[in-house]
Design a protein around this ligand. Structure first.
Ligand SMILES: Nc1ncnc2c1ncn2[C@@H]1O[C@H](COP(=O)(O)OP(=O)(O)O)[C@@H](O)[C@H]1O
Ligand SMILES: C[C@@](O)(CCOP(=O)(O)O)CC(=O)O
Ligand SMILES: [Mg+2]
Length: 397
């Protein structure tokens, strides 16, 4: 029986180039963001599993014996290398009262939790009697990888509570990380959670959530980027809601309908990611402005390509026009269709110019902020290092 409380967190991400194309085997470049999702797990002594997800208004609890019965009813195994089967997901939907095909945030979050809880406990031990609270600094469904941060947190917490990985936090330490081998296991299970939420994920978001930093991702191969310069990025949330699952499925349909037209676009996006990687790796840590024109042009071209594959949105066109009127270059990030865009700032872009662009973006109803990128991946925290009042307020929300 698990007897410790855990608090852990995983970062969101920004995709610089390669979103959508990465689902079809092309290269993506992604960096971890300094906005995180947090999870607190506490042991429970009433033989129940409770989840409280204030970000998506979910508060549910189940008897362990019901979950165990459900688990026994599955004929197919649960494994980190196997996709959730249609039969497993249908059974879990029926159990949780979720309509077939539901893509509402609360439905996907509950389904992902149930799948991961049953799958991980079936493979590594018993269903643990725990109470789980998840909260986030990330906007949900805005292109910043909140689904992956959620799945990474769940994977790390459930694997720890089932004894499949260690609890690396020593007395007196405020944070700790798992070993490479343990991170690989966390990443594999988080990918299964992303499968429940995205349908057909590439795996780039959970890789960034697990390892953090800046990386190149292609078909499951994760390569940390060498010598990434300090980039200044302005993030803008158009606040137009959208679902990654629906957008990813739409791109697939377009490729099937017009393969001869769409496949060359995906190849061209791949070339953009490769070109961007070469430029970034050639730049010194504190680059001078002369390196920027190429990066800016790559942003512009990639934004047009994403419009061609059908994931643009009028709000994103507006974002690009507003920043262009200040001499700045932007593109959508993540699944598109609304959500967030990123704007590249040069080292010498003056604070006044940034403020003026932000003012105009806010006047459109958007929210924007300058970010730090390259944050650490999934991390265990001592409970005392987190604000007790915040935890208390969240528990009651
Ligand atoms: N803090 C959270 N608590 C519970 N579920 C979450 C949380 N953050 C994200 N999710 C799940 O992830 C989904 C959003 O994923 P997605 O559409 O891929 O957008 P993105 O990953 O860009 O934020 C939500 O609908 C919800 O199911
Ligand atoms: C569109 C895609 O490339 C990124 C999706 O990111 P997000 O869920 O919008 O944060 C999908 C994927 O890589 O799984
Ligand atoms: Mg997502």
């Amino acid at each position: 029986m698990w007897e410790r409380s855990l608090v852990l967190s995983a970062p969101g991400k920004v995709i610089l180039h390669g979103e959508h194309a990465v689902v079809h085997g092309k290269v993506a470049l992604a960096v971890a963001l300094n906005l995180r999702t947090f999870l607190r797990l506490r042991p429970c002594d009433d033989s129940r599993v409770c989840i409280h997800l204030p970000g998506v208004s979910v508060r549910r609890s189940w008897d362990i014996s019901c979950l165990q019965d459900l688990q026994k009813g599955f004929t197919a195994d649960f494994d980190e290398s196997k996709s959730p089967s249609v039969e497993q997901l249908d059974t879990l939907r029926e159990f949780a009262g979720i309509a077939a095909g539901a893509t509402a945030p609360e439905s996907l979050a509950t389904l992902a939790f149930l799948y991961m809880c049953l799958a991980i406990s079936a493979k590594y031990g018993d269903v643990p009697s725990v109470d789980i609270l998840v909260w986030s600094e990330l906007p949900t469904g805005a292109g910043l990888g909140s689904s992956a941060a959620y799945a990474v947190c769940l994977a790390a917490a459930l694997l720890t509570a089932c004894g499949a990985i260690s609890c690396p936090l020593k007395d007196g330490e405020s944070t700790a990380r798992w070993t490479e081998e343990e991170l690989t296991l966390i990443n594999s299970w988080a990918f299964q959670g992303e499968r429940v939420i995205h349908g057909n994920p590439s795996g780039v978001d959970n890789a960034v959530g697990t390892w953090g930093g800046a990386l190149r991702y292609q078909s499951g191969k994760i390569t940390p980027l060498k010598r990434v310069p300090t980039l200044r990025i302005l993030l803008t949330n158009t606040k137009v809601p959208r679902s990654t699952k629906v957008l990813v499925a739409g791109v697939k349909e377009k490729i099937l309908k017009f393969p001869a037209i769409m496949n060359p676009v995906l190849d061209s996006i791949d070339a953009i990611s490769q070109e961007c990687q070469s430029v970034l790796e050639a730049m010194p840590a504190n680059p001078s402005p002369e390196y920027y024109p190429v990066l800016e042009e790559l942003f512009d071209i990639n934004q047009h390509q994403l419009n061609v594959i059908g994931v643009g949105h009028p709000s994103l066109d507006r974002l690009c026009r507003v920043t262009a009127s200040h001499g700045l270059h932007s593109k959508l990030t993540g699944a598109g269709g609304g959500g967030c865009g990123i704007t590249l700032l040069r080292p010498d872009t003056s604070p006044l110019a940034v403020e003026a662009a932000k003012r105009d973006l806010c006047a459109c109803g958007f929210e924007c902020w300058e970010t730090n990128i390259g944050a650490p991946g999934v991390t265990l925290h001592s409970s005392s290092s987190l604000d007790a009042e915040v935890l208390q307020a969240l528990s009651q929300s």
